[in-house]
Design a protein around this ligand. Structure first.
Ligand code: SAM
Length: 230
């Protein structure tokens, strides 16, 4: 399967291992990963965030319940919400998550956004598990079509050492453990690492989160663009 599907599958796999109830996808774009995760029965709250309302709206109807969902109501409740917002801004509705994914997001951030990202996602949102994927620039010479970056909107592409140093520094600062893996294996004899590099961060300490903490706050900066309760 194409690499983007492998990335979604990787997340789905992690979800079936860890059984998170509240999951958020940052930089959710056309909500493709969210659509897949809607079928994971452990999930009760599924949230997507993107800075572009237009791109989110294109396919968001795919997150709406189907006739079958009404005919065979399931035991679990599922709430799906989409917010227009930036990963450089803190909003209380992002508190209390079990898993947050950032799939091919960080390389699209401006320098100042990348600078604030760790404090927002690790420091403030502080979910139990964080998954970050990004291109591995060492693989680029094997991709014939790549000139500078794989996509014109990429602000940077990191090699393994750059990504791992960045990730390890953040993990240490915010008390997470991090493990590295990836998708897209290079041909034999080419020691360049995976095409997509992935860091999976797990918070070291339990954290008490007040239930309904989101409603109690006044200072919301994200805008709700879609909400459906199954
Ligand atoms: N995660 C998607 C996937 O794997 O299919 C694709 C991500 S797309 C390559 C990057 C997305 O990040 C875009 O939809 C873009 O609008 C969004 N984005 C860029 N800067 C952002 C920011 N500061 N906060 C939230 N989303 C942002």
């Amino acid at each position: 399967p194409p690499l983007y599907k492998q990335r979604y599958h990787f997340v789905k796999q992690l979800v079936s291992e860890h059984k998170p109830k509240k999951v958020a996808d940052l930089g959710c774009s056309e909500c493709k990963l969210l659509w897949m995760l809607k079928f994971c029965n452990c999930i009760e709250v599924l949230v997507g965030v993107d800075i572009s309302e237009e791109v989110m709206k294109e396919k968001m109807h795919t997150l709406s319940p189907l006739p079958v969902d009404y005919l065979q109501p399931s035991e679990r409740s599922l709430t799906v919400v989409l917010y227009r917002g930036s990963v450089a801004h803190k909003d209380p509705c992002m508190l209390g998550f079990d898993m947050i994914t950032c799939i091919e997001l960080i390389e699209h951030l401006e320098a100042n956004e990348l600078e604030t990202f760790p404090e927002v996602v690790f420091g403030f949102m502080s979910p139990t598990i964080i998954v970050i994927s990004t291109p591995n620039s060492e693989f680029n010479p094997l991709l014939q079509t790549v000139t500078l970056f794989r996509h014109p909107d990429h602000k940077f592409e990191w090699n393994r050492a750059q990504f791992q140093n960045w990730a390890q520094e953040i993990a240490a600062r915010y008390d997470y453990m991090v493990e590295f893996t990836g998708l897209g294996v290079p041909p034999p004899g080419k020691d360049v690492g995976f095409c997509t590099q992935i860091g999976v961060f797990v918070r070291k300490y339990l954290k008490h989160v007040e239930p309904n903490i989101c409603e109690k706050h006044q200072d919301h900066v994200y805008k709700t663009v879609f909400k459906v309760v199954y």
